[in-house]
Write a protein that binds this ligand. Structure first.
Ligand SMILES: [Zn+2]
Ligand SMILES: [Zn+2]
Length: 249
């Protein structure tokens, strides 16, 4: 069984309705975490720390990595593998040291940082593909195949060819709605719900969860649901992500 739990569905900053981006994927044998916004603190009560944990980072904007500051809070019993986004390994290593936070080599557990460029040289208990997306800084999308189920994680990007490739036929596409539907035209670095729905439809994703709702634009759940309704006209199966929501694959 694969259980996906949304721990943070906001972009940019936390609000009373959401923490910044973090998605948890639990299986019988390992744990995957996608991005480390402040939602990551919630794994403390959920995750079985005896299992190996793989933490994938899409990019280094702080709403996706600020939760790395609380790695001290967890008691990983196996080495923690952090997958650095494309073109970002050295910057991530710098962030994981003083004066920003505890040195990643000084935790009571081992932390291994793996560059997204080098995924093929490492053994994972699942298949993984990484492709660059379109954002204002280097940004990486991931496609994971776990027990023949495909999860695509496509955040902080304009609609682009690589987004479609990663999401092709996915059992679950987790993507973003940084912008409101009123923002139209060629948007750079994010999508609105209509563009996200177009991506889901073009890729033939079986289920689509929308997250990364900009903290400013989406200040209430009502604003989220109104916006998501515009996307559902194109992709009727698209679901508004909320913190705490679970999907079983
Ligand atoms: Zn973001
Ligand atoms: Zn970003």
């Amino acid at each position: 069984m694969i259980k996906v739990t949304l721990l943070g569905t906001n972009g940019w900053f936390d609000t009373p309705i959401g923490s910044t981006t973090c998605t948890l994927v639990q299986t019988d044998n390992f744990v995957v975490i996608l991005d480390s916004g402040y939602g990551i603190y919630k794994i403390k009560e959920i995750v079985d720390f005896d299992k190996p944990v793989y933490l994938f980072i899409t990019h280094l904007h702080l709403d996706h990595v600020i939760g790395l500051h609380v790695l001290d809070y967890f008691e990983f019993k196996q080495p923690l593998r952090i997958i650095a986004p494309l073109e970002s390994t050295e910057a991530l290593k710098a962030l994981l040291k003083p004066p920003y936070t505890t040195d990643y080599t000084a935790h009571p557990y081992e932390v291994e940082i793996i560059s997204a460029e080098d995924l093929a040289q490492h053994q994972f208990p699942f298949e993984v593909e990484a492709l660059p997306l379109e954002h204002v800084v280097p940004d990486t999308g991931y496609r994971l195949t776990i027990d023949e189920k495909v999860i695509a994680f496509v955040l902080d990007t304009s609609y682009c060819e690589n987004a479609v490739k990663l999401a092709r036929g996915a059992d679950l596409l987790i993507t973003e709605s940084g912008f409101l539907p009123e923002k139209t035209g060629k948007l750079f670095g994010h999508m609105n719900p209509v563009q996200a729905a177009t991506l889901a439809k073009e890729a033939g994703a079986k289920q689509t969860l929308l997250i990364h709702f900009g903290g400013n634009a989406y200040s209430t759940i009502h604003r989220r649901s109104t916006a998501v309704a515009t996307g559902r006209e194109i992709c009727p199966s698209m679901v508004m992500g909320l913190d705490g929501m679970e999907v079983i694959l």
